[in-house]
Design a protein around this ligand. Structure first.
Ligand SMILES: Nc1ncnc2c1ncn2[C@@H]1O[C@H](COP(=O)(O)OP(=O)(O)O)[C@@H](O)[C@H]1O
Ligand SMILES: CC(C)(COP(=O)(O)O)[C@@H](O)C(=O)NCCC(=O)O
Ligand SMILES: [K+]
Length: 275
């Protein structure tokens, strides 16, 4: 067994693999440096997972099923800390994981997309590779994370390019942080009223309606250039975004694939290629 860790700008994304099979994926907050040090001494998988499973329910909520049940099902454990494959877009966080004994850090040159520019985020490259392997190329990946990114590759698995903008959460947070009167606002579960009559809903409306319109525009432009092109959405805000899109442009959602684990598929494939 082995663990994959994708370090994003908001949090850590984990996956537990047995060989090529993804058993379980979950997210946690960043871990303090001393906890990472302790992980190196973890003798069993359960031991290790208990350390990286935060007590805080909200941040530790497993993507699939319940973590407690999952831990109970673990029968065999390896004798030493399990191999850890790390990909990161946060260099200060990557540095903390260098101490882990059985660690491998993925780099951009290990992702077989052609025409990659040197500063492309490895999360974007891995998600693109994972999506193309599963649905086929050409493919456009929309990653609704801290930043929202569009990343596309053509039928020859060559990078077409993409775009980066502040994600849903970041747009709202920036408004609250950089103004004198705007409050902290959560993302609503459903599409709000476009014409809001209070500040919170006005912020939600502005951020959500413009982002949804922008996503629709990117997807339509993609289909003009690549009529057979696939579109895959991932990232922490994917479900909310699909809800919003569904209310306004259901025909777009019909042609959209939504997958939480794209980056892990890319990591699995990159790991296999390196062997
Ligand atoms: N527990 C959580 N912690 C942080 N972000 C969360 C959480 N649950 C949902 N989100 C949403 O996920 C988004 C971040 O997406 P994610 O893909 O996890 O980020 P990254 O990969 O950049 O770390 C935030 O904008 C937020 O709205
Ligand atoms: C665009 C990103 C900040 C997205 O990061 P995320 O929101 O997934 O944490 C990351 O992919 C990155 O730092 N990219 C480097 C610049 C580029 O891709 O061109
Ligand atoms: K992202």
């Amino acid at each position: 067994m082995w663990l994959a860790l994708m370090i994003g700008n908001s949090r850590l994304h984990w996956a537990h693999f047995t060989g090529e099979t993804l058993i379980h994926a979950w997210d946690t907050d960043y871990l303090p440096a001393d906890v990472i040090q302790q992980l190196s001494q973890s003798q069993t998988l359960k031991d290790l997972l208990l350390k990286i499973f935060p007590s805080n329910e909200a941040t530790g909520k497993a993507r699939h099923g319940n973590m407690e049940d999952f831990l109970k099902t673990l029968s065999s454990s390896p004798p030493s800390p399990p191999p850890l494959l790390v990909a990161s877009v946060v260099p200060s966080q990557t540095a903390l994981w260098q101490t882990y004994p059985n660690v491998r850090i993925l780099t951009l040159d290990q992702v077989p997309i052609k025409g990659i520019y040197p500063t492309l985020g490895i999360d974007r490259a891995l998600a693109l590779w994972g999506a193309g392997n599963n649905w086929g190329f050409p493919v456009l990946v929309i990653d609704a994370g801290t930043a929202l990114t569009f990343t596309a590759a053509d039928a020859n698995q060559h990078l077409v390019g993409g775009a980066i903008l502040p994600g849903l959460g970041l747009q709202l947070a920036t408004l609250a942080e950089r103004t004198g009167q705007l409050p902290t606002v959560e993302l609503p579960q459903q599409l709000p009223q476009r014409y809001a009559l209070n500040t919170q809903e006005a912020m939600q409306s502005g951020v959500i309606y413009t982002l949804v319109a922008g996503i629709k525009d990117f997807i339509e432009a993609w289909w003009r250039d690549f009529p057979q092109g696939n579109v895959v959405m991932t990232g922490g805000d994917r479900t909310l975004l699909v809800n919003y899109l569904q209310s306004q442009f259901p025909e777009i959602v019909d042609s959209l694939n939504v997958e939480a684990n794209l980056i892990f598929w890319g990591m699995r494939s990159a790991a296999l290629l390196q062997r």
